[in-house]
Design a protein around this ligand. Structure first.
Ligand code: DAT
Ligand code: MG
Length: 195
């Protein structure tokens, strides 16, 4: 089972909150048939289930903090195994949030062939998140939590990008542009992957 996943293409999609990761992943799924796994969506599904674990997660996420590493990784791995037979590749959206998470992922699952860095300015991200918050129902899309999430992003997640730069697998896309134009850059990055 784990072998099947190891042979699959794995793409890490990294960027700040509201940078446009989910939006671009949706496009990738439509064009390339990859499986999209958003760590945040998996966690929010657990919260919605009302389980005890979900209740603990809810409290952490509401504060804008990171959920324990093993919890997220197990959820991603289970979701990958469930799709291993039908998937051409995996988009791992919003993970790793810190370098350690990337290291653990590689130990337990496999190596990414690409890190797609969805880059936007912090003012842009704040504006988009506040707008998204009007309809998303996400308890972390409020001004106070957004600020904490951004701080944590710059402190913990930007080092992830530097870590994979050194391996030469980072492709940065300019997510200040309209969605379609960002996707042109995304497509170029994916098309340049070796088969
Ligand atoms: N390139 C772009 N231009 C304008 N708005 C964008 C955009 N990419 C995403 N958005 C909008 C859609 C959402 O309401 C909001 C956040 O996007 P998202 O895909 O949910 O971000 P993320 O998954 O990185 O948190 O911004
Ligand atoms: Mg998202």
């Amino acid at each position: 089972m784990a072998d099947k996943i190891k042979d699959a293409k794995i793409i890490f999609v990294v960027g700040g909150p509201g940078s446009g990761k989910g939006t671009q992943c949706e496009r990738i799924v439509a064009k390339y048939g990859y499986t999209h796994l958003s760590s945040g969506d998996l966690l929010r599904a657990e919260v919605a289930s009302g389980s005890d674990r979900g209740k603990q997660l809810q409290a952490i996420m509401q504060k804008g903090e990171l959920v324990p590493l093993d919890t997220v990784l197990d959820m991603i791995k289970d979701a990958m195994i469930a799709k291993a037979d039908v998937s051409k590749g995996f988009l791992i959206d919003g993970y790793p949030r810190e370098v350690k998470q990337g290291e653990e992922f590689e130990k337990k699952i496999g190596k990414p062939c690409l890190l797609l860095y969805v880059d936007a300015k912090s003012e842009t991200m704040i504006k988009r998140l506040l707008k998204r918050g009007e309809t998303s129902g996400r308890s972390d899309d409020n001004e106070e939590t957004i600020k904490k999430r951004l701080d944590l992003y710059y402190k913990a997640t930007e080092p992830v990008i530097a870590f994979y730069e050194s391996r030469g697998i980072v492709k940065k896309v300019d997510s200040e542009l309209p969605v379609d134009e960002v996707f042109v850059q995304v497509s170029q990055a994916i098309d340049s992957l070796k088969p």
